[in-house]
Design a binder for this molecule. Structure first.
Ligand code: PMV
Length: 320
């Protein structure tokens, strides 16, 4: 009745921002991401009739805040008529700070829970359950370059290129370790309800997705860089145009962006992307990683940098 799993966060290059169905947490459009390898979340799930209620421990401390979402996700895996669960989670990076910790957490959770419940589900069905808890989590079930297609009633997710087919490096500049002020779910619903740019954002997503997919399949770094930065800045423009506005950036985010622009002007293969938080992620060719890291390390306001290659999808850990 116990199983352990591990998943890595993923970084979207074509963003998910907006829901087709809030209740079912269905994304309005498709998205494309890279799954990382050196950042991870481990989850252990143990079902037991002896427990008075579900219990969650995050990084060795009891956590009430995330428990309702975790319990609801377990209900989706097993049905509501299930034994109570003891869930333990450990991550080697800051959580709820715009580093996609919910993606790795829910991806690992569904894999561990399904095994602990004695099920034998395929990866897509696990991805659909994880996606119902956190839209981006569906992509962390898969490794490498991952495309999510948004259907009317369901999502489809697949790896379009393996990590070792095009081993890009991601350098993450952490500009603030605190929890973000507005959750991504709340922020995207506010964008949909109030941003004058939301409808054109949705209209243009299929073309951006197509261009990114084509760039990945042809390993065209310049094309991927152009469409990913464009897509990221459009998503943040939608947020800035919302009422009240949603601004996740700080001055260090902008310094990092400037540093990436400077490297680009010198001909280095690097581009940036930013999610629902103030951290900047720079994507580059592996031989540029040291240079990119030292450039971001010296930006005012950067607390630390983390470097990751691309990795595999969520998996069970051996001890189960
Ligand atoms: O999966 P959520 O609800 O945490 O939303 C993710 C939103 C972004 O990270 C900003 C974009 C994305 O596609 O991951």
């Amino acid at each position: 009745m116990r199983a352990d799993a591990q998943a890595q966060p993923n970084i979207a290059l074509i963003k998910y921002w907006g829901k087709r169905d809030i209740e079912q947490n269905l994304p309005a459009t498709g998205s494309l991401s890279v799954t990382l390898d050196s950042l991870w979340t481990k989850m252990s799930v143990e079902f037991s009739d002896a427990l008075p209620g579900d219990k969650l421990v995050v990084n060795a401390a009891a956590s009430e805040k995330m428990l309702p979402r975790i319990s609801a996700c377990l209900d989706l895996v097993t049905g509501t008529d299930r034994p109570r669960a003891s869930i333990e989670s450990e991550s080697n990076f800051p959580i709820a700070a715009g580093l996609a910790s919910s993606a790795s957490a829910f991806a690992a959770l569904v894999v561990a829970a399904s095994k602990a419940a004695g099920q034998d589900r395929d990866t897509l069905s696990l991805a659909r359950i994880a996606g119902a808890a956190s839209g981006s989590a569906a992509r962390s079930l898969f490794g490498g370059f991952v495309e999510l297609q948004a259907g009317d009633t369901n999502i489809d997710v697949e790896t379009i290129a393996e990590a070792d087919e095009w081993p890009l490096t991601v350098v993450i500049a952490v500009t603030e370790e605190g929890v973000k002020p507005v959750s991504s779910s709340e922020a995207m619903n506010r964008s949909a309800a109030s941003s004058p740019f939301y409808s054109s954002w949705l209209e243009q997503q299929p073309a951006d997705l197509l261009s990114a997919r084509d760039a990945v399949l042809r390993k065209d770094f310049a094309q991927l860089a152009a469409v990913a930065e464009h897509n990221c800045l459009k998503m943040h423009s939608v947020m800035w145009g919302s009422r009240p506005p949603i601004v996740y950036w700080n001055s260090a985010t902008l310094s990092c962006m400037e540093a990436v622009r400077h490297l680009q002007s010198e001909g280095h293969a690097v581009f940036f992307t930013i999610d629902a938080g103030p951290q900047l992620k720079a994507v580059c060719l592996p031989d540029q990683a040291e240079l990119v890291r030292s450039a971001l390390d010296t930006c005012a306001g950067v607390g630390r940098t983390m470097v990751s290659g691309l990795g595999a999808g969520a998996r069970l850990l051996d001890n189960t």
